[in-house]
Design a binder for this molecule. Sequence first.
Ligand code: INI
Length: 164
Amino acid sequence: MATIEGRFTEISTLRIAVVVARFNDLVTSKLLTGCLDCLERHGIDTSENSSQLDIAWVPGSFELPLVAQQLARKGSYQVIITLGAVIRGDTPHFDVVVAESSKGIASVSRETGIPIIFGVLTTDNMQQALERAGIKNNCGWNFALQALEMGSLMGEIESSKLAR
Ligand code: INI
């Protein structure tokens, strides 16, 4: 019997892409800061000339799935993190943006076999979003941790001897 789980071993060699939405960048830039802080503390090179980390900016959360898909298809990254903030108070099409973003990211992840972390905050107002982007907890940190766990887990699956 094999127990398969992300053990956070050999994560320092992962190649990671982060896709960030500019919409509500007061929030998303803080998510990115938390995300990079976590990656750096776990041994990922987050410097300007890093060969294991790339960051792509998109206009809004609606665009996250397409760019994540293009990056996933390159076959260069073991894990992709998407970061966005959709705030209900700002728009009557909150539900459309959230649905397309979440369904799109899930479907791209399954289609490409690359773990894509859904790092999109969905909140009723800006205060709640900011609380999750550093005022209380910085969810960007958690999204990075989930990415490292999934990168590690996928590596485990590839290398483990599973029951046939
Ligand atoms: N995009 C977001 O990431 N968050 C939002 O709250 C938001 N609102 O409020 O509309 C938003 N809209 C833009 C959308 O993601 C697309 O960029 C736009 O519709 C162009 O396709």
